[in-house]
Design a protein around this ligand. Sequence first.
Ligand SMILES: Nc1ncnc2c1ncn2[C@@H]1O[C@H](COP(=O)(O)OP(=O)(O)OP(=O)(O)O)[C@@H](O)[C@H]1O
Ligand SMILES: [Mg+2]
Length: 316
Amino acid sequence: MSEPLLKVERLHKRFPVAGKRGALLHAVDDVSLSIGVGESLGLVGESGCGKSTLVRLLARLLDPTEGRIVFEGEDLASTPALRFARTAARARIQMVFQDPTDSLNPRYTAHDTIAEPLALLMGQRASAADRRVHEVADQVGLPSELLSRYPHQLSGGQKARVGIARALAVQPRLLILDEPTAALDVSVQAVVLQLLDRLRRELSLSYLFVSHDLNVVRLLTDRVAVMYLGKLVETGPSEALFRAPRHPYTQALVSSIPGQGSRIRLSGEVTSPIDPSPQVCRFHGRCPEGEDRCMRQTPPVVLLPGERMVVCHLAT
Ligand SMILES: Nc1ncnc2c1ncn2[C@@H]1O[C@H](COP(=O)(O)OP(=O)(O)OP(=O)(O)O)[C@@H](O)[C@H]1O
Ligand SMILES: [Mg+2]
């Protein structure tokens, strides 16, 4: 098998807790994953489980506490986020943010928004950048008449296209999409998602796709990683994982998709992410199938046929 584009090894991010000396919030806890060339990986899990923190580490907007981020064979984790912003690898990993209204500079026209990374990361002069802006606007279906407009003069869908064009301008290999359509109307969402799917094929891009919409994840990704309280609990090919989820948390998540049969409702308290005990399964207390050992032992990583992985005592 060829080398993955991105390989994440035992990544951790712990935040200090305000007002609690020495306490640490384990936002990302020992996460390992890889993304192949041209592959789309979905990242799912409930609010606060650490998805945005993980993708911000990978985009090198945050410094990890521990672990390796190997991209195209180069370890990026050792370069501090501030310095990374000026390296060539910065252009190879680009991020599309959730709300285009928040992430676009209101004082920049669409043209200048798309051109900025070309000057900053690639040192392109205005004329070369201008050609590239028109080229990439065309790729994302943004009419050139709109390039002179400011964000408040654009619709939500058009702003989303500007954000995507800006990310693509510098010819990245990996696009990180953190809820890229969550701020859009449902009808516009579908169009933007189709656009992203087409661009990935045409440009042979890899995606890391974060979304709460499991139907969208199922359609747009090759593989899925399920996160619970900072940890990956299950990974596998999307089709197989959604058809037959193995981790009790994934089973509950999948059962919430309309038309998936009876819904598994979780009760019980979510464990605190602050200094959690390593000897306990994080899902214990809410798990409908929890046993004694789940409270006393770290759950094992179980490799299953079909390139699947689940972290659960019950899978042994
Ligand atoms: N800068 C920070 N300082 C302290 N704690 C943080 C910081 N950023 C995130 N956290 C905490 O880390 C945990 C994970 O947050 P994160 O935003 O990554 O979750 P998420 O999965 O993206 O949630 P959502 O689905 O709501 O976007 C949360 O408990 C959050 O409060
Ligand atoms: Mg988030």
